[in-house]
Every structure is written in structure tokens, then in C-alpha cells.
Design a protein around this ligand. Structure first.
Ligand SMILES: Nc1ncnc2c1ncn2[C@@H]1O[C@H](COP(=O)(O)OP(=O)(O)OP(=O)(O)O)[C@@H](O)[C@H]1O
Length: 735
């Protein structure tokens, strides 16, 4: 496995993955050993990939008639004699490497009660499970590199649809929050413990496991009555350029390790009262998970994650930017045949889920317009300084009296102050660019939600206006009306609800979710705009400080007249130089980013077009064709590859062409700007009331949180330059 690409899951582990790879969820099945009180075995692992379930049963006449044994195939099957180490090595050890390289990954244990999920995930002192092994490997990898890596962990349980912090159980029930894009799901107030000490982590885990809700049931003496989610976040910071320690490239990876509560049947568990109620909650959230798996595996456009806290927390894992491994657990016992069959069927469906894997590179932005603004500000500054250098200044009579060493010390001090102030200015400018990137990304996301809403409204014969409040009220009103009408019709007819309303209900859920996300986006836009204003003010103060230093005699208040005009010129020349260097650097970065931005714009527009099933106007279709052909022609000429045929009706996605290393030619790679996932700035409550108002240099990073989001093409794009004349030969244009 290359250290820079995510390892591949599924059966084909040798295939290299492109950077933004679409990947199938890996499904492993573990069969636990037969217990002494269980007599007959009906499940058998075959060649580490298949499971055969015996459907014949000597004691069951009906089964004898059904007769046909069923075979299931998975990425990997662990038989009864598999060890904890085998399971960890095959399913999770490569995820740990991915997380260190900035990818997200999840491993979760699924299955009926008593099938061995907690044994696999947590284990015991002599047979440590995946959680302990993964943390051990992680800490081993970052050992002696504590200045580069930071590791934080949290551990929570969902018990009866309530979230509890297992590292701080006394904190009560916690609230679940989503960011504007419904992606970055966070639990408010959850302890995030920062550590790289294996011993400390083991103690924390033990403490967490003790706090977990475990009760004896008829099926399992130590049945976990909750879902437990352990999350480990690794941030790796390296300077983008050895000479420039102002800009850090931050890769962030997150590993989720989840021990789900077991699905159970009330008649088998013989649970009553509280246990029965717990079981209902467990089953409800597992059902919601099952529904998501069904929808995702069937390629549904809308998947409802909102039915349970579990699915909301797993949303990113199942659909988003995450490599995911599911370990389904089954018992080989004949008494558990039905539970095992259900689990295998779910696991088989989960086999069809794909997720999109992208590395989270934070702190790098590439908004061309922003680069250009900063470059032009720097150029203005340079010409102002150059003019100032030309000004004749009267030479002071005191200069001769000052010895050379004194003078040079003073000049050196002043120089240092100037460079420091300038560095701070640049840092703040870059922060502003990052905020703008995030705001543009939010704008793009808002556009996407508007497309969903307008689509629904036009389908329901409503005229969509870009007036949020009007449209929102209208949507809610129309949904309410339809619900009342359906309920009335249902009551008067006294029969089953109309099946044709299913699609409509699905559409309504999607549009309601779009409104909810839009509201979150608006909130986040406000918060980021507020942060922008504060950083702008800070930059202005910094600029004024710089101008004051330029005025050399005043800057050196104690020795105003002791410097020669040559010294002053030298300082002005230095200021010019630092400005020039920075402007050149920015120009270089913006060049590389421009092309990536164009690709991103085209890819996203295509996505919107495809998702909304908009029919392409013929001239745009033609332009796509030319674009594709040019890429193909250039690629094949360069790489000597055979001509591939492609259908003009279903063009290969542009992003795929660029993301595939085979096709990538001369792009600038990550350093100039890769994708990134953003997080909201801290609310004043999170950052304390001093948050924005007492903003100072040292807390820039803290306030910024994780800076840049994926580059947005947002609302304010620069005008496109005039296109070069396009020549079409007859046969192409007639297509
Ligand atoms: N692979 C295995 N090897 C040895 N013992 C196992 C294995 N799997 C499970 N067990 C044992 O079986 C019992 C039940 O396992 P476990 O508690 O892990 O089940 P579970 O699926 O987590 O159940 P629940 O959903 O009720 O919490 C435990 O005593 C456990 O030690």
C-alpha cells in the first residue's frame, strides 16, 4: 500500500486507488465458537470467503422439505477458530494507516445479541479487541513525533436514543448537532481527550467500558444495551514549505470504532419491562440502519438518516468520505438460525454500498480571485514603497555622532519588527482567504439545497422563487395540507394508505431536509461572516502598525535623528523585497490552483446537472464533447495509450478523468490546494465570551478551528476570459 493513497478494501487489495476513490464498503463476517450449551452447528466457513448455512433440519419437517443449503460470499469470513489478531489485521490495521494519512475510516460490529460483537471490538485483558489494538498501533506510529501529530479521542454510548459521554458519564445526556452540510456531525459537550500515551488510553477505555450500560439477558450474560462509539482523530501538521512555517498543511484523519447493541427478539430474550423497552430502542435504531443500508445499496437518491441518532452519527460513515468496514457477527448454532440468516442478508446488501474516499487536507485554499486580490494589494504596496524610497530626505547632523555598531543594532531591531509585522499581516490575509473559501463553499452548498427545493416545488406545480422565507413557508404549508388530505382520505376509505404516496413522502422528506440544511447553512454563514469582520479589523490594525514602522525616525523614537537616509532607504528596500517575494509566491500558487478550480467548477456543475436531470442544451453538450476529446487526445498522445471509445450521451465524468493518476498531467498536486473539509468556527459559547472580541494573534488558529472547506465555486465567480475560437470539423458538429 502506498502511504499516500487509501488502502483498498474489498477483495482486490492490490489495485491502487486514485485520490478521490469510490470504494465499496468492506464486509467481513465472524462466526463465534459454538458454546457448550449449544449442540448443533448450522453455519460453516469455507475458504475464508464463503459461508454455507444448512437449511435442512432433522427435527423440523418443514425445513427438511425446503432442503437447499444457502451459500453467501463476503470479502472475508472468519471461522470459529479465528483469533482477535487475525480479525484486527485483516479488517482494521490498514485503516489505521489510512487515518494517519488523513483519511476517515470506520469499523463497526453488527449482529444479533450474544454473537460476539463486544468480544471483537473490546475483548478482554488476555484477548484485546480492535479498539485496543488500533490505538496501540496508532500510538506506536506517532511515537517520538508528538510535535507533528496530535491525537484526540472521545467515547460515547447511545442508550435508549440518548447520548452519554463514556469518558465523563456524569455530564448527563448530550445533544447531537450537524453542521450546515449535514456532514460534520458533532455531539455538543462531548469530552475530547488529547493523548498519545497508550497507558492513559487503556485506562480511559476501561473506565468508558465500565460506564457502559450492560445487563444480563437470557441470551447473553453481559449484553451491551447500548451502541458504543469510540472516535480517534489524528491531526498531522507539516509546513507547506520548509522556508515558510506560517502555512501548515494539516491532514486530519478520523477512525470510528463502533460496537453496536445486538438486535434481539423479545420472545427469545424473554425480556420484560425496562429490558424490553431497551430492546425496542435498539431494534428501532438498527432498523433505521437497515433501512439506510437498503436505500444505499439500491442506489437511492434520498436516504433517510434522521430516524435515529445512530444513523445520523453514521451518515458520513455510510455515504460520505469514509472507508468503512462492517464486521457482521453470527452464531453457528441451529437455535440462532433465523438471526444468522437475517444478519447475513443485511451484510450481503451492505456489500453493494460505495463511499467516496477523499483525503482531508486542511489549511490550504485556492481561490483564484482571493489570490489575485492579495497579489494586487501587495503590488500597490510595493509601488508606494518604491515612491517613498525616491523621496529625498534631509540628512541629520547627528548621524556622524552615532557609532556604526549602535546604528547597525538599531537598524537590525527595526528590520526584525518590520518582518514580524509583515508576517502577521500575511497570516491574517491567508486566514481571510480561508474564511472566504469556506463562505464560498457554503454558498455552493446553499445553491445545491435550492436546486433540491426548486425541483420539488416545480414538480408540485409551485413557482420557485429565490425568496427563502416565502418558499419555505409554502413548502411547509403544502406538506401539511397533503398530510391532512391523506389522513382524511385514509379515514373515510377505511383502508391501507395509497402506495403512490410513498414517492411523494420521500420527496417531502428530502425537501424538508433541504430546508433544515439551508437553515444551518445560513446560521453558519452568519458565524463565519462575523469571524471575517473581526479578522479584517485585526488586519487593519496590523497594517497601521506596519505603516508606522515605515516612518523610520518616528519608529525609533529614542534616536529619531541618528539614522542616515541610507539606513532608511535600506529599510524601505527590505520592505519592498518582502512584499515582492510574497506577491511572487502567491502568483505561483494561484497559477496552479486556477486549473484545479476550473476542473472543480466543471465537475460540480456536471454533478448538479446530472442530479437534477437537466437536459443539456446542444451547444453545451458539444462543448463538453470537445473538452473530453481534447483531454483524451492529449492524454493518449502523451501516454501512448490506445484510443478509448466513449459515448457522447454518457460522457465519463470529468472529475474521474482528473482524479485518476493515469490521466493526470502536470497538475500541481496537493500542495497548491487540495480538497478539505471544514468545520464551523466556534460559537461564542464554545470559545468563551472572549472568543471573537478579545481576539489576539496567538488564538488565530484556535478561533479558526479547522480552516478551509472544499473550494466552492460560489456565487461571486470572476468573469470568464473570452474563449479562444473553437473549430469543429463537420462530422463532430453533426453528432
Ligand atoms: N470469537 C469468540 N471467541 C471466544 N468467545 C467469544 C467469541 N465471540 C463471543 N464470545 C463470547 O460470547 C459471549 C457473548 O459475546 P459478546 O458479549 O461479545 O456478544 P455481543 O454480540 O456483544 O452481545 P450483545 O449484543 O448482547 O452485547 C461472551 O461471553 C464472549 O466472550
Amino acid at each position: 500500500m502506498s502511504p499516500e493513497t487509501p488502502s483498498s478494501s474489498g477483495s482486490d487489495t492490490s489495485r491502487p486507488q486514485p485520490k478521490n476513490a469510490e470504494e465499496r464498503l468492506m464486509v467481513a463476517v465472524r462466526i463465534r465458537p459454538l458454546r457448550p450449551d449449544e449442540s448443533s452447528r448450522v453455519l460453516h466457513a469455507i475458504e475464508k470467503k464463503h459461508i454455507v448455512m444448512e437449511e435442512t433440519d432433522k427435527n423440523d419437517v418443514l425445513r427438511q422439505k425446503r432442503g437447499v443449503d444457502k451459500q453467501y460470499s463476503f470479502d472475508v469470513v472468519f471461522g470459529e477458530d479465528s483469533t482477535q489478531e487475525d480479525v484486527y489485521e485483516v479488517t482494521t490495521s490498514s485503516l489505521v494507516k489510512d487515518v494517519l494519512n488523513g483519511y476517515n475510516a470506520t469499523v463497526f460490529a453488527y449482529g444479533p445479541t450474544g454473537a460476539g460483537k463486544t468480544h471483537t471490538m473490546v475483548g478482554d485483558r488476555t484477548h484485546p479487541g480492535i479498539m485496543i489494538r488500533a490505538l496501540n498501533d496508532l500510538f506506536e506510529a506517532v511515537k517520538d513525533k508528538e510535535d507533528e501529530y496530535s491525537v484526540t479521542m472521545s467515547y460515547l454510548e447511545i442508550y435508549n436514543e440518548q447520548i452519554r459521554d463514556l469518558l465523563n458519564p456524569s455530564s448527563g445526556y448530550l445533544e447531537l448537532r450537524e453542521d450546515s452540510r449535514g456532514r460534520n456531525i458533532q455531539v455538543a459537550g462531548l469530552s475530547e481527550i488529547s493523548t498519545t500515551s497508550t497507558d492513559e488510553v487503556m485506562q480511559l477505555l476501561q473506565k468508558g467500558n465500565k460506564a457502559r450500560t450492560i445487563e444480563p439477558t437470557a441470551m447473553n450474560k453481559t449484553s451491551s444495551r447500548s451502541h458504543a462509539l469510540l472516535s480517534v482523530t489524528v491531526r498531522h501538521s507539516t509546513p507547506i514549505d520548509q522556508k515558510d512555517h506560517l502555512r501548515m498543511r494539516v491532514k486530519q484523519g478520523r477512525l470510528f470504532m463502533i460496537d453496536l447493541a445486538g438486535s434481539e427478539r423479545a420472545n427469545k430474550t424473554k425480556n420484560r419491562g425496562k429490558r424490553l423497552q431497551e430492546g425496542a430502542h435498539i431494534n428501532r435504531s438498527l432498523l433505521a440502519l437497515g433501512n439506510c443500508i437498503n436505500a444505499l445499496s439500491g442506489g437511492a437518491r434520498y436516504v433517510n438518516y434522521r430516524d435515529s441518532k445512530l444513523t445520523r452519527l453514521l451518515k458520513e460513515t455510510l455515504s460520505g468520505n469514509c472507508r468503512t468496514v462492517m464486521i457482521a457477527h453470527v452464531s453457528p448454532s441451529a437455535t440462532q438460525r433465523d438471526e444468522s440468516r437475517n444478519t447475513l442478508i443485511y451484510a450481503d446488501r451492505a456489500n453493494n454500498i460505495t463511499t467516496k474516499i477523499e483525503r482531508n487536507v486542511l489549511g490550504v485554499s485556492y481561490q483564484v480571485t482571493q489570490y489575485q486580490t492579495v497579489i494586487s494589494e501587495l503590488r500597490d504596496e510595493i509601488s508606494r514603497l518604491q515612491n517613498k524610497m525616491k523621496e529625498e530626505r534631509p540628512r541629520s547632523a547627528d548621524v556622524k555622532r552615532m557609532n556604526a555598531e549602535e546604528r547597525s543594532n538599531e537598524v537590525k531591531k527595526l528590520r526584525e519588527q518590520i518582518v514580524e509585522t509583515f508576517k502577521m499581516q500575511m497570516k491574517l490575509r491567508r486566514k481571510l482567504m480561508e474564511i472566504d473559501s469556506h463562505l464560498l463553499g457554503l454558498g455552493m452548498e446553499a445553491e445545491r439545497q435550492h436546486v433540491i427545493i426548486s425541483h420539488w416545488e416545480s414538480r408540485s406545480n409551485k413557482l420557485y422563487k429565490n425568496s427563502v422565507n416565502e418558499s419555505r413557508a409554502r413548502t411547509q404549508q403544502s406538506i401539511r395540507r397533503r398530510k391532512i388530505a391523506t389522513a382524511d382520505g385514509f379515514r373515510s376509505a377505511g383502508n391501507e394508505p395509497d402506495e403512490s404516496s410513498d414517492g411523494e413522502t420521500e420527496g417531502e422528506s428530502a425537501v424538508q431536509q433541504a430546508w433544515a440544511e439551508l437553515a444551518d447553512i445560513e446560521r453558519e454563514q452568519d458565524r463565519w461572516s462575523e469571524l471575517r469582520t473581526h479578522i479584517e479589523q485585526k488586519l487593519e490594525i496590523c497594517r497601521q502598525r506596519g505603516v508606522a514602522l515605515e516612518d523610520v525616525p518616528n519608529a525609533l523614537q529614542k534616536l529619531p535623528s541618528l539614522l542616515s537616509s541610507d539606513d532608511e532607504r535600506e529599510i524601505l528596500a527590505l520592505m519592498c523585497r518582502v512584499h515582492e517575494l510574497e506577491a511572487d509566491k502567491m502568483a505561483l500558487q494561484s497559477g496552479g490552483s486556477q486549473r484545479q478550480l476550473c476542473e472543480e467548477i466543471i465537475t460540480r456543475q456536471r454533478q448538479i446537472i446530472e442530479e437534477s436531470r437537466v437536459k443539456l442544451p446542444p451547444d453545451l453538450h458539444e462543448l463538453y464533447q470537445i473538452y473530453q476529446q481534447e483531454i483524451h487526445a492529449a492524454t493518449y498522445t502523451d501516454l501512448g495509450l490506445p484510443q478509448m471509445s466513449f459515448s457522447p450521451d454518457k460522457l465519463p465524468p470529468i472529475s474521474k478523468i482528473y482524479s485518476d493518476p493515469m490521466f493526470r498531467r502536470g497538475t500541481t498536486g496537493d500542495a497548491s490546494g487540495s480538497d478539505a473539509s471544514g468545520r464551523s468556527p466556534p460559537s461564542s459559547a464554545e470559545s468563551g465570551e472572549e472568543g471573537l472580541s478579545n481576539f489576539n494573534d496567538s488564538n488565530v488558529d484556535r478561533l479558526m478551528g479547522q480552516p478551509v472547506t472544499r473550494p466552492g465555486i460560489g456565487m461571486k465567480l470572476p468573469p470568464l476570459p473570452p474563449s479562444p475560437p473553437v473549430r469543429l470539423n463537420k462530422s463532430e458538429s453533426s453528432k
